[in-house]
Design a protein around this ligand. Structure first.
Ligand SMILES: Cc1cc2nc3c(=O)[nH]c(=O)nc-3n(C[C@H](O)[C@H](O)[C@H](O)COP(=O)(O)OP(=O)(O)OC[C@H]3O[C@@H](n4cnc5c(N)ncnc54)[C@H](O)[C@@H]3O)c2cc1C
Ligand code: FES
Ligand code: FES
Length: 1334
């Protein structure tokens, strides 16, 4: 049933009235802004509310209170029809580079808080909304506001530092050196950049003050509209597939619901939206209650408070906080428990949109609120039009997954939350894979009523979430506790009953079964202690109680960035070496920066959506596209048969099908593509394609299976120095061990995007692509279409993050899109949805490392035998090269006299893995350092000493016979130890661990030697083209793509030095194969080296041409010299070229010079681990890097911090989960957790090694893009150290198995505590696991 007519929709965007006569209820604000209003500053990152890239501010007038409510919302989940009467502010509405920048935009840019800039508008809008509500926020407010905004580039430190300047307490700290931030929790509170002599990355004095009077006012027309007294009528909106009715009163609402009981009630859309979008649920009719005042009312009674079911979770939070401040503490126990859960539920954007009623009715098994509401004896009032009834929120209410006792025709009107009484204590806890903005793994609430003045339990409710299909009550446990004394003896019985009644089968959906069962016990133990302390505080018990379990520290400290300033003798116009902000930072912050999908549509443009395989290994029996072709808007379906040229892409000697032809080799392989007039039509068309498969036997998924069946891509590589077998005979000890390391999703914030435009003449094509390698994309399209490369121009304006993931895969995607453009003769755009991007494009290789190591009692490692097996997936891609790099860099910084290494890329039936920042080194070195760690544990020496004993010293030679001098490595090592006060930290940690049973600290110091450049010499070349125009402005083009790493900024600096002009005269507008041909990928940390030399050469040629003119007229200006040169007929355009180093490896003779030079770094981390939950916090990170003479410390420090955080994610939290049939489960930010603000080290300091020279790269600099990733492993080893301390409390010592990532699950289970020992892991093979260990 659908509504017959559409009412006009009226709302405001950035102060301008928008009247939409044909509003489609399925249209979300994000696509409306981007496609209809062409406000492309608001970005698409995930479409499910999980990344914050689409954050906008929504403002509503509230007639009851006559106030205006401003809140941040994720535009991807806001249906436009719900905006009737609201005002929306986007990043474009607050400032721009043409008129006036908003301080929020200025500060993030100037503090270097943007790299690729794709997350920046979302960050800006979260912060802007906070300041609209609170012009002087606290650091807590800032962290909370940004908790739901993900950034994959920066590591958050510069964003926090930039926005800290809005915070009064931090400002007083920065100015007076005495901040209110609690430094006690942080070891060695390092003095932050306050000294006048230290060079600074940005100058806070430059910032404009915040002036709230300058903000856009709320449209008076909307106030009048809201105040209108006439009874509001039901509005209806009718779309292509769905209608929406928006009643104005509760009576109308109930009437509609009676008439259409199946129609869901649309509130915050944070549950319905994702289910429609990701699960393909279709509702032909929905009813929205956003205009029904009664659902937003709050009614106070002597027993408690009735909260309207429509109130957002943020409104509920504010209400509860107010009640807590106004009520006696004993009455507000439940309010406090709810508040605690609410503060950690989702992000602020989600809490602002999600309603209380919607939350209860979504009935998530791991809901954070439902266990507390149930334990707290809350109830709801429901109405179906034929009468109201009240329902208690107890165990009977939650019927099954997503189902409750509320009938289809009923509406939840309000929720009753009672006051607690004297002796009634309530507590709630949750554990999630990430501290903030993450669904809980297990959540729990307890309410206990004690007999007056005693610790005897009179009544108790214990509820859990995440341990079954619904919120469940631990009924038997409650019974067992009744009339018992709240003291230690009850615990063992509680644990037994909990385990008995909360049964999770080993194959339970969601996995982590052993961990979840441990959490049911440890969370209860936490309650036990918390309640004990409350009883003690109340004076109801007098006995000694164990120490309080304090939460992990969370105060982010001001940080240190230490770098060398340029010499005073350097010309002021010479920009090299200066901390210059990313040249596009202001455009990032204002939303003016143009990414691929921001390009306006070309006339008649079509959209392409992919059909992917649902089978891991199967023959395609039939491909039926007939239904898809009948779908509205569908223009064509592209299959392999339509490819006019080469049907495969060949990279590094290996072929990969563009579209599957006869068989599929992984779930997610591209089978065909549907082209339609809109994105929605293309997607619906793709869903209508039917593929019939015949499964082929024995797909291979895991590394073990691949080893067993000898399934590899060739070549496999091995290398030996000395004689390992012999050496192993003469050592004091031989130890065999290993470590498994999970893969990693690139999670660039901008998904794969491409636009192919046929010119319509001579088979010419223009490609606009988000790629790291325009030449490869150009070449791939030319081969696919069987046309010469000179007909194809690939343009890259900027890339919204890439990290290696936009090299090979982008070329394939663009080739498919080009076939569609070729066939239809129309422009075709393809922008992958986040889920498809994660499914299709692969990531970092999961790797198994094994080692046999021979060593002496003094820690000297004499012989090492290493084996690496990388899960490459279903095509070779760059995997054999990645395996090669593992063998080349396996020595790290160690001079192992005898060393043998093998690396193989395993062929499996998973999506094909590809290049990822570090190119195998993060896997390779984790194995090496884990081995060194094991050796230290074996010989009982501190691991730093074992590292020192084995380091290269003096002029050295690698196993492939490359000479180098490790002196700077030692300088980094010593400097890092000095900066972090290593010995003192170790002592303090030891002391802490003695004093704490359930919390442990751990430290680690980890070094890296990273080879810079491509080992295939031909990839090291760089080219540039520089034009000087008659007005003196300079346009530089070079082969590097700007993807956040600041290569364009650095190239402008190079040109500035060589042309002797300020950087402001120099511009780079894009990378294009039409201006600079035959380029190499921007990768291997070599972009600046290769292209910098080329730009330098081109500029030098031009400068030499101008020199005679300058000499004749030394007083002239740059402009006058340029002008004269033109009239003298001197060419003002030049190319530059750099052949780069002739790197090579001879695998026969086992020698070579695969790298140009080495970048060194050392990182110290200290973590605190909550052994009961495995949660941890990085307290301190000190990172010392030798990057030669930095061309731009802002950019370089940004790269170091960003890479470190990506490494921290890799080694401690990011987990890819595959089903038993090879389907990736983790296809969005809700399931796959990358680090967020809450994961930033609390003290995060970066020091660039001073006085370092590098004769092998431009201006003595060094490449820095990748090395920092491995340094994130310092957090991994620090967690392992803390786990080790916990294990020694359980009487365990020596090496233990601990794989990466060190998730809370792994850390908690590895502690071998009395809780974990109660729940032995189910025997592999005795059950079907939920996910594969790939
Ligand atoms: C990115 C993200 C992160 C999240 N993180 C967390 C988290 O950490 N912890 C957690 O517990 N939850 C989390 N959630 C879930 C979130 O709390 C729920 O989606 C939300 O509360 C649902 O409310 P809503 O108003 O958006 O419901 P909607 O999506 O509008 O509706 C949901 C369902 O409730 C029904 N409904 C709504 N209101 C009523 C009513 N008054 N009467 C009868 N039926 C009604 C609808 O018919 C529909 O079936 C997250 C969600 C997202 C998108
Ligand atoms: S795109 Fe909206 S939150 Fe990610
Ligand atoms: S700058 Fe944040 S995602 Fe790139």
């Amino acid at each position: 049933m659908s509504a017959a007519r559409s009412d006009p929709l009226l709302f405001f965007v950035n102060g301008k009235k928008v009247e939409e006569r044909n509003a489609d209820p399925e249209t979300m604000l994000l696509s409306y802004l981007r496609d209809k209003l062409r406000l492309t500053g608001t970005k698409y990152g995930c479409g499910g509310g999980g990344c914050g890239a689409c954050t906008v501010m929504v403002s509503r007038y509230q007639p009851r209170t006559k106030t205006i409510l401003h809140f941040a919302a994720t535009a991807c989940l806001v249906p436009i029809c719900q905006l009737h009467g609201a005002a929306v502010t986007t990043v474009e509405g607050i400032g721009n580079t043409k008129t006036r920048l908003h301080p929020v935009q200025e500060r993030i840019a100037k503090a270097n808080g943007s790299q690729c800039g794709f997350c920046t508008p979302g960050m800006v809008m979260s912060m802007y909304t906070l300041l609209r509500n609170k012009p002087w926020p606290s650091m807590e407010d800032i962290k909370e506001a940004l908790a739901g905004n993900l950034c994959r580039c920066t590591g958050y430190r510069p964003i926090i530092d930039g926005y800290r300047t809005f915070c009064q307490e931090a400002n007083c700290c920065q100015l007076n050196g005495n901040c209110g931030v609690n430094r006690e929790s942080i070891p060695n509170g390092e003095e932050h950049n306050g000294s006048q002599d230290e060079p600074q990355l940005f100058d806070q004095g430059e910032f404009q003050p915040l002036d709230p009077t300058q903000e856009l006012i709320f449209p008076p027309e909307l106030i009048l509209m809201a105040e209108r007294k006439s009874p509001p009528e039901t509005l209806s909106f009718c779309g292509e597939r769905m209608s929406l009715l928006c009643p104005g009163s509760v009576e109308e609402l109930l009437e509609l619901k009676t008439k259409h009981p199946e129609a869901p009630l649309l509130m915050g859309n944070t549950h319905l939206g994702p289910s429609i979008k990701f699960k393909g649920v279709v509702h032909t009719l929905m009813i929205s209650a956003f205009r029904v005042q009664e659902l937003f009312e709050v009614r106070h009674t002597p027993e408690g408070v009735w909260v309207g079911a429509g109130c957002s979770l943020s409104e509920l939070l504010s209400l509860l906080q107010k009640l807590i401040s106004e009520s006696p503490p004993e009455q507000s126990e439940l309010f406090r428990a709810l508040t605690k859960q609410l503060q950690n539920l989702g992000s602020q954007q989600v809490r602002n949109m999600a309603s209380l009623g919607g939350h209860i009715m979504s009935a998530y098994p791991n809901s954070d609120l439902n266990p507390v509401l149930a334990a707290g004896n809350c109830k709801i009032s429901v109405d179906s039009g034929s009468g109201r009834r009240e329902l208690p929120l107890n165990q009977d209410f939650f019927v099954s997954f997503g189902k409750t006792l509320v009938k289809l025709e009923e509406i939840v009107l309000s929720v009753f939350i009672p006051f607690t009484t004297k002796g009634e204590l309530v507590s709630a806890l949750r554990h999630a894979p990430r501290k903030e903005a993450a669904f809980s793994t297990v959540t729990c609430a307890v309410r206990v009523l004690f007999s007056e003045g005693s610790s005897v339990v009179r009544d108790i409710s214990v509820y859990y979430g995440g341990v079954g299909a619904t919120t469940v009550k631990a009924e038997k446990t409650c019974q067992a506790l009744l009339n018992k004394e709240w003291s230690e003896p009850i615990l063992s019985q509680v644990y037994d009953t909990l385990l008995d009644e909360l049964v999770l089968p080993p194959s339970a959906p969601g996995g982590k079964v052993q961990f979840r069962r441990v959490l049911t016990l440890t969370l209860f133990f936490k309650f036990y202690l918390e309640i004990l302390h409350k009883l003690k505080h109340m004076g109801w018990i007098s006995c000694e109680v164990p120490d309080k379990l304090l939460p992990l520290p969370s105060d982010i400290q001001p940080s240190v960035q230490h770098f060398q300033s340029v010499s005073n003798a350097q010309s002021s116009s010479d920009a090299v070496g200066r901390p210059i902000m990313h040249k596009a930072a202001l455009s990032h912050a204002t939303g003016e920066a143009v990414y691929c999908d921001d390009l306006p549509p070309v006339q008649g443009e079509l959209y392409l959506a992919l059909v992917t395989s649902s089978r891991a290994y199967a023959k395609i029996k039939q491909l039926d596209v007939s239904a898809a072709l009948q779908m509205p808007g569908v223009v064509d379906v592209i299959t392999a048969k339509d490819i006019p040229g080469k049907k495969v892409r060949t990279d590094f000697g290996h072929d990969e099908d563009l579209l599957a032809q006869t068989q599929v080799v992984c779930v997610g392989q591209m089978v065909c593509a549907v082209v339609a007039d809109t994105k929605a039509h293309a997607k619906r068309g793709a869903a209508a394609v039917r593929v019939q498969y015949e499964d082929l036997p024995d797909p291979i998924f895991t590394i073990e299976e691949a080893i067993e069946r000898s399934s590899y891509y060739e070549p496999r590589r091995s290398f030996e120095r000395g004689n390992v077998a012999e050496a192993l005979k003469s050592v004091d000890h031989v130890y065999e061990g290993g470590i498994y390391m999970g893969g990693q999703e690139h999670f660039y914030m901008e998904t794969q995007s491409t636009l192919v435009v046929p010119v319509g003449e001579e088979r010419e094509f223009h490609l606009y692509v988000s790629t790291q390698w325009p030449t490869s994309t150009q070449e791939a399209v030319a081969q696919t279409l069987s046309i010469p490369s000179n007909r194809v121009v690939c343009h890259v304006k900027r890339v919204g993050g890439a990290f290696g993931g936009k090299i090979t895969k982008t070329a394939i995607l663009t080739s498919i899109t080009a076939v569609a453009a070729w066939k239809t003769n129309q422009a075709v755009r393809c922008v992958l949805e986040r889920g498809d991007d994660m499914l299709i494009t692969g990531g970092r290789h999961p790797t198994l490392g094994k080692y046999k190591v021979g060593f002496m009692n003094d820690g000297r490692i004499v012989a090492v035998d290493l084996e690496y097996y990388a899960n490459a997936g279903c095509t070779a891609d760059e995997s054999p090269l990645i395996a090669e790099k593992m063998v080349l860099l396996m020595d790290n910084i160690y001079n192992f006299p005898h060393m043998r290494g093998f690396a193989g890329a395993c062929r499996t039936n998973l999506p094909s893995n590809t290049s990822f920042r570090g190119f195998g080194v993060p896997q390779c070195l984790l194995v090496v350092e884990n081995m060194v760690n094991d050796v230290a544990m074996k010989v009982g020496m501190p691991v730093d000493k074992v590292r020192e004993v084995n380091m290269y010293r003096g002029p050295s030679i690698t196993h492939y016979k490359m000479e180098f001098n490790p002196e700077n490595l030692h300088l980094c090592w010593d400097e890092c130890k000095r900066r972090c006060e290593y010995d003192a930290r170790c002592r303090a940690v030891e002391q802490f661990n003695k004093e704490n049973q359930w919390k442990k600290r751990g430290v680690a110091i980890v070094p890296i030697k990273y080879g810079i450049g491509f080992s295939e010499g031909f990839l090291n070349q760089g080219s540039a083209l520089v034009h000087i125009y008659k007005d003196g402005s300079v346009l530089v083009a070079h082969g590097g793509t700007e993807m956040g790493q600041g290569v364009h900024t650095k190239m402008q600096q190079v040109a500035s030095r060589e042309l002797h002009i300020p950087i402001s005269k120099i511009y780079i507008n894009e990378t294009s194969t039409g201006t600079v041909p035959n380029t190499c990928p921007s990768a291997a940390s070599f972009g600046t080296d290769a292209n910098g030399m080329a730009v330098k050469e081109a500029c030098q040629i031009l400068y030499q041409r101008l020199k005679p003119i300058m000499q004749k007229n030394p007083e002239g200006s740059w402009e006058s010299w340029v002008n004269k040169a033109f009239f003298d007929k001197i060419s003002l355009s030049a190319t530059g070229f750099s052949r780069g180093p002739d790197s090579y490896v001879n695998w026969e003779t086992m020698e070579g010079r695969p790298y140009s030079y080495f970048t060194y770094g050392v990182c110290f981390c200290e973590v605190e681990l909550d052994c009961l939950t495995g949660d941890y916090r990085t307290l301190k990170t000190d990172l010392v890097m030798d990057i030669g003479r930095s061309i731009n410390p802002c950019v370089d420090i940004g790269q170091i911090e960003g890479a470190f955080m990506q490494g921290l994610g890799l080694y401690t939290m990011e987990e890819l989960k595959y089903s038993l049939s090879g389907l990736l489960y983790t296809r969005g930010p809700s399931q796959y957790k990358i680090p967020a603000v809450c994961d930033m080290p609390l003290s995060f300091n970066v020091y660039l090694l001073p006085n370092s020279e590098n004769p092998n790269a431009i201006y003595s600099s060094k490449g820095i893009g990748e090395p920092g990733v491995f340094l994130g492993s310092a957090a991994f080893f620090a967690i392992k150290d803390a786990v080790s301390a916990a294990r020694s409390d359980s009487g365990l010592s020596g090496p233990f198995s601990f794989d990466s990532p060190a998730t809370p699950e792994r850390a908690c289970l590895a502690t071998a505590s009395k809780f974990t020992q109660k729940i032995p892991a189910s025997k592999p093979g005795s059950f079907k696991p939920w996910a594969l260990d790939i």
